[in-house]
Design a protein around this ligand. Structure first.
Ligand SMILES: CC(C)(COP(=O)(O)OP(=O)(O)OC[C@H]1O[C@@H](n2cnc3c(N)ncnc32)[C@H](O)[C@@H]1OP(=O)(O)O)[C@@H](O)C(=O)NCCC(=O)NCCS
Length: 306
């Protein structure tokens, strides 16, 4: 059977599947006959590299550092297919996930750090639908502001159409310029080079404790309810966690954000900047969340002007 060569078809039908177990790369001892259950091997002038299950490496007494999850792209890709590997590794690189690619006769295989497999699968599922998440670049800003104007043309608070430019546009403009802006926490979702979603998180405080506040987040109205907002929420949390941030605060619907782990801030001893916000002011505690936090949350300066 001939493999699939059209890149778009390949991306649409990636079908990533995680293989059971953990895998490692190891150097095979020089001069020793190959034995055991080796999944892949590469011979180089310097020696033989083998990829095998972690417990098999342990049984054979092989040393390793990198412990990986193994993802198989179930599409039967022609070996000559141009661009599949590049598209997959570019999307994973944008997400800050390192990846080793092995090409078999039938499929491509990705070895990603075991702790990143959930995020890698999210990235691949989005890529199958043509969606890439990446850090905002300054030249994206006009497009992001336009997208924000469209996303907030109906007020999320009243459900009524907004007259003129929604206030989130001016807020976002100021957030791009302020001291509390954190470049890697301004994230866009892109389809075919068009920006279709954006989420920003900026510096905020509870007393002396630095954390971040998420918002505004917006997705173009025509593409809402297809998982793009959820992907931006998960990516924001993953990046904030990786940066060692203790938590993320936001003002938003108690029906939407708890699915990402947000809880009413007051349940963690944190008061909203305005008492009337009540349960709408929410917090996601991250692994670095310290014990004994008490106080009132303070947003970046531009929020004081809206
Ligand atoms: C909120 C927003 C970013 C979500 O993005 P999205 O891509 O549409 O979201 P997803 O497809 O990942 O998730 C859709 C789910 O969220 C729910 N949802 C989205 N916004 C919601 C809200 N304000 N209240 C309750 N539920 C909401 C949908 O009902 C849907 O639920 P379901 O899967 O159970 O049917 C997007 O709808 C948007 O831009 N809205 C206008 C701007 C806005 O309100 N921003 C948030 C306030 S800062």
């Amino acid at each position: 059977m001939l493999g699939e060569t059209d890149l778009e078809t390949l991306l649409e039908s990636l079908h990533p599947v995680v293989r059971d177990g953990d895998y490692v790369y190891a150097l095979w001892p020089h001069g020793k006959a190959l034995e055991g259950d080796v999944e892949a091997a590469v011979r180089e002038a310097e020696g033989l590299t083998v990829v095998l299950r972690r417990e098999e490496a342990d049984r054979l007494g092989l040393a390793y550092d990198f412990v990986a999850a193994w993802i198989t792209l179930q599409i039967h890709s022609a070996l000559e297919a141009v661009g599949l590997t590049a598209a997959v590794s570019a999307a994973l690189t944008h997400a800050g996930i390192s990846c080793n690619v092995l090409a078999g006769f039938h499929h491509d295989h990705l070895l990603v750090p075991v702790a990143e497999v959930g995020r890698a699968m999210d990235v691949l599922q989005l890529l199958s639908r043509g969606i890439v998440l990446r850090t905002e670049r300054p030249e994206d800003r006009d497009e992001i502001l336009e997208l924000t104007a469209r996303a907030f043309s109906v007020s999320p608070v009243t459900g009524q159409p907004v007259e003129g430019t929604p206030m989130e546009v001016g807020l976002l403009k100021s957030l791009f310029e302020c001291d509390e802006y954190i470049p890697e926490l301004s994230i866009v979702a892109e389809i075919g080079g068009d920006i279709v979603g954006h989420a920003i998180s900026t510096r905020g405080w509870i007393g002396d404790l630095e954390l971040v506040a998420l918002g505004p987040i917006g997705v173009v109205p025509t593409l809402q309810r297809r998982g793009i907002g959820s992907a931006l929420m998960r990516e924001s949390a993953a990046r904030a966690t990786a940066a060692g941030e203790p938590g993320i605060a936001l003002l938003g619907s108690p029906l939407y954000y708890p699915r990402f782990g947000y809880v009413p801030a007051t349940s963690l001893g944190v008061q909203p900047p305005q008492a009337a916000w009540g349960e709408h002011f929410q917090l996601l505690p991250l692994p670095a969340w310290p014990d004994g936090v008490r106080g009132t949350f303070r947003y970046a300066a531009p929020f004081d002007r809206v």
